[in-house]
Design a protein around this ligand. Structure first.
Ligand code: B12
Length: 431
């Protein structure tokens, strides 16, 4: 079957820019669409093309015309959801192919895609569900009843059998089709280092349940790891690409697995720079593991510090503390591992709180601080809790850089403070 897998263009709208002309927050995101490469890997025998609209934003219609796909698959995060609905309409008008959508937004809020332009919605990890769907389309058998796959029913209720995710959903003997993005490879760079960047997944899901995070919807709460051999093979497939972003929500959720992986990387003679997500309490409990990873090439860690006071961390169900965050920072500085620190700015911040955050980050020498605005993403506990305060429901604004509930400070002041901190942090940032 001819299958076109589409990565949506950079999308999302910006209140600070639209209302106040603050455009310094705008960012362009690029990186390979690993989900699509992973899905393609589990569909042997099919004629598959990946179209990356983040690189070629206007190429959809021409590609539909020349490739004539029978099935088109889209991936989407929340701020891309409206765009994907529109692109699905273009597909229907232009070639009538069947359309399937999967990814984080489809998993958190499947009903959003219950639309005439979309035929199927894949909820959660998609490698096996999608292969089962493709085979049922080919054989003409019923698509109802494939766990994790919803057949759309525009105007009616969306019904499907949830999937119980297990190791088999990783289908790890089927490796990602990195070759399908070869023509885009030059665009997948890390501007901070000026070097080419590849992505590898080693684990899915996360053992924790922070209230703002949408990751658990991908695995229904379970934490699954790829075998060490499979991860090493994927790293090797990336050839001479010098930097690898491990895209897992939590690469160190199973510390024994992480330890074996570090050893295997060294044993395989892989010499690359790695960037991976870790929790600060893991760093504090397992400093030796961090040292081992440093030797294996761990250059930078992404840590969700999120907030700067214990009661705020508790409110986010982070199950962590400022003291532990501080200890982790000291350990990582000692090891020479750079820290990408995620912080969540609440719409309830006042001037004093912005200043406290600035002091906190500068005093601790966080190498690359990232600020997002607290956003109740559909499908998260935070969304349920903040539902009544939400004033902006247009998902185009769910880029994590807009306040979708009223701000305590005047709106202009809030975004000026937010932009001021981003600029102050990024002036000296390194990776
Ligand atoms: C790599 C990454 C990126 C890359 C994406 C590369 C690309 N596609 O172009 C880049 C850097 C471009 C990016 C950008 C952004 N990202 Co991002 N990103 C990630 C990250 C770290 C990993 C995603 C990944 O590759 N996972 C590995 C693959 C294999 O897994 P997967 O994507 O889940 O795919 C599986 C299933 O979802 C499903 N599936 C996925 N797509 C499809 C499609 C079909 C047809 C089917 C059948 C199944 C299916 O099957 C796959 C295999 O099992 C995640 C965090 C995480 N750990 O998931 C955040 C994450 C997805 N990003 C997020 C966000 C918010 C953004 C940005 C808005 C920036 C920001 N403020 O952080 C922008 C959005 C881009 C834009 N402006 O339009 C959020 C999404 C939250 C949400 N609900 O929207 C996440 C979850 C991180 C977070 N903060 O919580 N991101």
């Amino acid at each position: 079957m001819k299958i076109l897998l589409v990565n949506p263009p950079n999308c999302g709208r910006s209140i600070p820019e639209e209302l106040f002309g603050i455009d310094s927050i705008r960012q362009i995101f690029r990186g390979e669409p690993l989900a699509l490469e992973v899905l393609a890997g589990n569909l042997p025998g099919h004629d598959i093309k990946i179209l990356d609209l983040k690189v070629e934003p206007d190429a959809l219609e021409a590609t539909l015309g020349s490739f004539r796909p029978e099935l088109v698959g889209f991936t989407a995060v929340t701020c891309e959801a409206n765009t994907v609905l529109k692109l699905a309409e273009t597909v229907k008008e232009s070639c009538g192919a069947r359309v399937v959508v999967g990814g984080i937004h489809a998993s958190c809020d499947p009903a959003f895609f219950n639309s005439r332009a979309i035929d199927f919605i894949v909820v959660g990890l998609g490698k096996e569900s999608f292969a089962e769907l493709v085979s049922s389309i080919e054989t003409g058998s019923s698509k109802n009843g494939i766990p994790g796959v919803a057949v759309t029913n525009s105007g009616g209720d969306l019904q499907f059998t949830p999937r119980t995710f297990a190791a088999s959903d990783l289908a790890e003997s089927a490796l990602p089709r990195y070759d399908l993005v070869a023509r885009y490879r030059g665009s997948y760079t890390l501007s901070a280092l000026g070097s080419r960047l590849g992505m590898v997944a080693s684990a899915f899901g996360c053992p924790y349940s922070c209230s703002f995070c949408c990751i658990s919807s991908l695995t229904e709460g379970s934490y699954l790891t790829h075998s060490v051999d499979s991860v090493v093979n994927q790293m090797k497939m990336l050839g001479d690409i010098p930097v690898i972003r491990l895209v897992d929500a939590n690469t160190f959720g199973n510390t024994k697995h992480a330890e074996h992986l570090a050893r295997a990387i060294v044993a395989a003679g892989i010499r690359k720079h790695f960037i991976a997500d870790v929790r600060s309490d893991t760093v504090v409990r397992y400093p030796e593991l961090m040292r081992q990873w440093k030797e294996a090439g761990l250059r930078s860690v992404v840590i969700g510090f999120e907030e700067i006071a214990d009661n705020d961390l508790a409110r986010l169900n982070k199950e962590n503390s400022v003291a532990v965050n501080d200890e982790a920072i000291a350990i990582l500085h000692d090891l020479g591992i750079t820290i990408v620190g995620d912080f969540i700015v609440s719409p309830d911040y006042d001037d004093a709180r912005f200043e406290l955050l600035e002091r906190y980050v500068l005093d601790r020498h966080i190498d690359l601080p990232i600020l997002t605005v607290l956003t109740p993403l559909p499908g998260t506990p935070l969304y349920a809790g903040m539902q009544e305060r939400i004033t902006i429901r247009d998902l185009d604004y769910y880029t994590l850089t807009n306040a979708v509930v009223p701000t305590l400070l005047g709106e202009k002041r809030f975004y000026q403070q937010y932009a001021r901190l981003m600029n102050s942090f990024h002036a000296k940032a390194k990776l």
